[in-house]
Design a protein around this ligand. Structure first.
Ligand SMILES: Nc1ncnc2c1ncn2[C@@H]1O[C@H](COP(=O)(O)OP(=O)(O)O)[C@@H](O)[C@H]1O
Ligand SMILES: [Mg+2]
Length: 450
């Protein structure tokens, strides 16, 4: 990629020295682009993608639907198109994968990118996920069972309509399975096993017995004689309540099926907590981005554009984080690479950055280079990027930062204000590239071309 010409050589020596970006000469293929609105971040991303495409697969997260590249394959993600990825697909790597770790990752991503779950809600969600994986014959202590097929909505519907339930076990569970399972648990909590209300009747009769006995105790404690008649009345009612409790318990014992009924009540906490999780899961499911209908990207196209303009910001973050984790895991599975194979492009990246070490942006910045994965991010100010990314990224391009951010930018990037003063948006930029075998690289003034 040709950015333009070195300003110093042109102005002082009267010769044009091109400034180019060559991934194999740099310490890593990651790029940071920084400039306020209208300075040309998206324009530059477009140029860079177009010039690097060919041999490299680009994953472009397009939040404004304004990154068009010739030959791209674009998929619009929204509640209407309902393309998505199943978040319950297991990571099958022996070191990073399995049921427990996949559940942890799911819960963490949910907590980070949308409204945080309470402790009790989180415990219930974990229990639900464990049970759903168990039902689909995925066991944490058996890595062979982590490998399943990925179902899509049409296949799932065919199998269910034909009541071919055992075949569902050949696939990973889906969010639909999780919602259905959680709803059945919720109903069982209201009605008892088999939906006949027997659990409820046990508890009601037991509570009534306790309440009446306590009243009787209070009465006889006050005065032995005063409430004789009242006491007798209470005793009759207590006997009746005990009889009801006995009948209900007998029935309950008869209806125990798997011996785990009481564990389930404990595991799934209260109806309120379970209900709140069911609601949350239903909302997630309604978004569409987690439905198992694979987006129809064209395998032959080098540039895949994920058009997420129509998703609310919370859901954009969920989507981008899940998708990037997936891309990174697949890259890891392919092993070490001699050159760049895939590049993730994230415009308006401030929405997705965070300082947590396990935020996928930081993980990719630090660990993805040798697996042939690059990350290009654009945002308005250096403070928007995480420290991990700022201190790792091999190429930094400044297109014009608002003076409001100058002080913090100079500190973050360890530069003089003169570097920022030099920039005239869309004409000149300051570019810093860390080349292999070179130390103390500095920002260079560049006269932009195109
Ligand atoms: N180097 C450039 N030369 C000419 N026009 C440019 C250049 N950079 C940006 N533009 C134009 O300026 C406008 C804003 O650019 P854009 O990339 O959308 O900015 P940003 O993404 O930083 O908000 C667009 O119309 C774009 O085509
Ligand atoms: Mg833009």
């Amino acid at each position: 990629m040709h950015f333009g010409y070195d300003d110093y050589s042109r102005a002082r020596q009267g010769r044009d020295v091109p400034v180019v970006w060559e991934a194999d000469k740099l310490i890593n293929p990651h790029i940071l682009i920084c400039g306020k609105s209208g300075t040309g971040k998206t324009h530059l991303l477009r140029r860079m993608i177009a010039s690097a495409a060919g041999g490299v697969r680009f994953h472009v997260f397009d939040v404004h639907s304004d990154i068009r590249i010739a030959g791209e394959s674009r998929v619009v993600f929204s509640e209407a198109t309902r393309y998505g990825y199943n978040p319950l697909v297991l990571d099958t790597d022996h070191h990073t994968g399995g049921v427990r770790r996949t559940i942890n990752r799911l819960v963490r991503t949910l907590n980070r990118t949308s409204r945080k779950l309470g402790d009790r809600q989180e415990a219930v969600l974990r229990a639900l996920l464990q049970d759903v994986y168990f039902l689909n014959a995925c066991y944490d202590d058996n890595p062979k069972s982590w490998c399943k097929k990925e179902i899509d909505e049409a296949v799932r519907k065919t199998l269910i309509d034909a009541r071919r339930y055992p075949e569902l076990k050949e696939y990973y569970p889906t969010l639909d399975d999780l919602v259905g399972f959680a709803e059945r648990k919720l109903k069982a909590m209201y009605l008892g096993p088999e939906g006949n209300g027997v659990g409820n009747r046990c508890v009601t009769a037991l509570e009534e017995t306790n309440r009446l006995t306590a009243s009787l105790k209070r009465l006889t404690g006050k005065s032995a004689r005063a409430g004789d008649e009242e006491a007798q009345g209470l005793e009759t009612r207590i006997s009746a309540a005990k009889a009801r409790a006995l009948t209900a318990f007998e029935e309950y014992l008869g209806s125990i099926e798997n011996g785990r009924e009481i564990d389930e009540v404990i595991k799934y906490d209260s109806r309120e907590v379970l209900k709140s999780i069911v609601d949350r899961l239903k909302n997630l499911n309604a978004l569409g981005i987690f439905r198992p209908t694979r987006p129809p990207f064209d395998e032959r196209a080098a540039v895949w554009v994920y058009d997420i303009k129509h998703l609310p910001e919370d859901e954009q973050a969920l989507f981008v984080h899940f998708r990037m984790q997936d891309i990174f895991r697949r890259r890891l599975a392919q092993g070490v690479q001699g050159e760049v194979r895939e590049i993730i492009v994230s415009d308006e990246a401030s929405r997705f950055f965070g300082d947590e070490p396990d935020n996928i942006y930081n993980v990719i910045a630090k660990e993805a280079r040798k697996f042939g994965l690059g990350l290009w991010c654009a945002s308005q100010a250096p403070t928007h990027f995480s420290e991990d990314f700022l201190t790792t990224v091999g190429t930094k391009i400044l297109l014009g930062i608002d003076s409001y951010y100058w002080q913090s930018s100079c500190r973050k990037l360890n530069i003089e204000e003169s570097v920022l003063r030099f920039i005239t948006p869309q004409k000149t930029a300051a570019i810093h590239m860390d080349r292999k075998g070179e130390v103390n690289a500095r920002f260079k003034g560049v006269q932009l071309a195109g």
